[in-house]
Design a protein around this ligand. Structure first.
Ligand code: G3H
Ligand code: ZN
Length: 279
């Protein structure tokens, strides 16, 4: 079932649960999220980063068509979200393509410029029915970036940022870092609670692949509402494909090894959804 991210975030917030959002690169990623959400009986977000859109030639329409169809066919509620958007052109293409929400990422800019760019994105988004997420406190480990799990979002600054920009959800730096392949990150639960009190919009954790289940659950209890997972799916896909090819070195049919990868990603999606369901 295709639903809006805004609705899923509202429901999750009201229930004190977290909404899991999975980064989609290939069609198999999206199929795995849909199958995993159906298997776990939980909603999920299919999110596509600007980098993933670029990988597919920069064109949103074919991706949106496939994801929309998959979401409509699934039993579980699924929302379409654009992630880590820095391009204004991509932001402007989102509503017509069927994306109900966008994470606009100006976090690499100095504070005042982040506010200015994000506020403009919010003005556009709200005119076109988009939920807009933004980031304050630079969460490390993005492509070309160092891992900086020590960076933190300041609660007073976060309150000012949300007030000045009008964002609907806020990605915060509370101990996670993007692209971790080991689940060793520790979250700053006291800071999450302070941010929760200071800020009236849902808090988003990026780089959740590197965070152990127990840490995620405590983070949700402290006030996180959206949990973004990307690398864990890629690791599962790659591991399964590598094993398949090693066992069948002469095989050339991509359906074989991609099916193995998709099965592994589905299991990963189910594992995250179940971990977040048992609050
Ligand atoms: O926006 C995407 C997420 O922050 C994914 O991070 O790949 O480290 O799980 P991850
Ligand atoms: Zn992220």
């Amino acid at each position: 079932t295709l639903v809006a991210c805004a609705e899923l975030l509202r429901d999750a917030g009201a229930a004190g649960r977290a909404l899991a959002a999975f980064n989609v690169i290939t069609l198999e990623h999206a199929q795995a999220v849909a199958a995993g959400a159906d298997a776990a009986g939980a909603p999920a977000v299919l999110q596509v980063s600007q980098n993933a859109v670029a990988h597919h030639g920069g064109r949103l329409a074919p991706l949106a068509a496939a994801l929309t169809a998959l979401a409509r066919e699934a039993r579980a509620p699924l929302a379409l979200h654009l992630d880590h958007v820095t391009s204004e052109a991509l932001l402007r293409a989102a509503p017509a393509a069927g994306f109900g929400s966008v994470m606009f990422d100006a976090s690499a800019l100095p504070y005042a410029e982040n506010v200015r760019a994000t506020a403009a994105a919010v003005r556009f988004g709200h005119r076109h029915g988009l939920l807009v997420e933004a980031e304050l406190g630079r969460i490390g480990g993005k492509p070309g970036d160092a891992h900086t799990p020590g960076v933190r979002t300041d609660p007073a600054e976060a309150a000012g940022f949300v007030g000045d920009t009008g964002v609907d959800a806020l990605a915060v730096a509370v101990g996670s870092s993007h692209a971790m392949t080991e689940r060793t990150a520790a979250l700053d639960h006291g800071l999450i609670a302070r941010l929760r009190t200071a800020v009236g919009v849902p808090l988003v954790l990026h780089g959740s692949s590197g965070v152990p289940d127990g840490e995620l659950r405590r983070g949700v209890a402290a006030g996180l509402t959206k949990i973004n997972v990307g690398t864990a799916l890629n690791a599962a896909l790659t591991r399964a494909v590598r094993a398949h090819l090693a066992a069948d070195p002469d095989g050339v049919d991509p359906r074989r090894y991609l099916a193995a990868g998709r099965t592994a990603m589905t299991a990963t999606v189910v594992r995250f959804l179940r971990a977040l369901a048992t609050g």
